[in-house]
Design a protein around this ligand. Structure first.
Ligand code: HEC
Length: 116
């Protein structure tokens, strides 16, 4: 019987390549959700209704259809980093400027928001 020794290895390699990218994106979304819901971190539920979150407040608008409303992720990042730039009167804390969240954490939250 003729065996092609490289074939299974190639299949495994292809499966790994196909599997890793979405898996990484998925874990960023999960991390973002956790940070958004964490009362000691994003604490977004205090002011926003977010799908899947318990006991939300209604000081801010419900966060839904976010990707349609803000297709540009930089704009979304800027809102979370420092909403006072858009609206000096806002109730929303400047999470990035006040170092409540790191840029990496804000990026994960942006990934999560874009799934809403
Ligand atoms: C203390 C209340 C408060 C908290 C906490 C808060 N927000 Fe907000 N947020 C607001 C208010 C109020 C607005 C309305 C716009 C404004 O005030 O400029 C807003 C607007 C937004 C918008 C724009 C929504 C739209 O439909 O245009 C996004 C996105 C957003 N917040 C995300 C977040 C995220 C993510 C968190 C958690 C990291 C968070 N907010 C935490 C009060 C809050």
């Amino acid at each position: 019987m003729t065996v092609f020794p490289c074939k299974p290895a190639l299949l495994i390699a292809l499966a790994l390549i196909a599997g890793t990218a979405p898996a990484r994106a998925q874990s960023n979304v999960a991390a973002g959700e956790k940070l958004a819901f964490d009362r000691g971190k994003g604490n977004c539920l205090t002011c926003h209704v977010i799908k899947g979150g318990d006991l939300p407040g209604t000081i801010g608008p419900e966060l839904k259809d976010i990707k349609a409303k803000y297709p540009d992720r930089d704009e979304l990042f800027a809102i979370i980093f420092d909403e006072t730039k858009r609206n000096p009167q806002t109730m929303m804390p400047p999470f990035g400027r006040n170092r409540i969240l790191t840029e990496q954490e804000i990026n994960a939250i942006v990934d999560f928001l874009q799934t809403l």
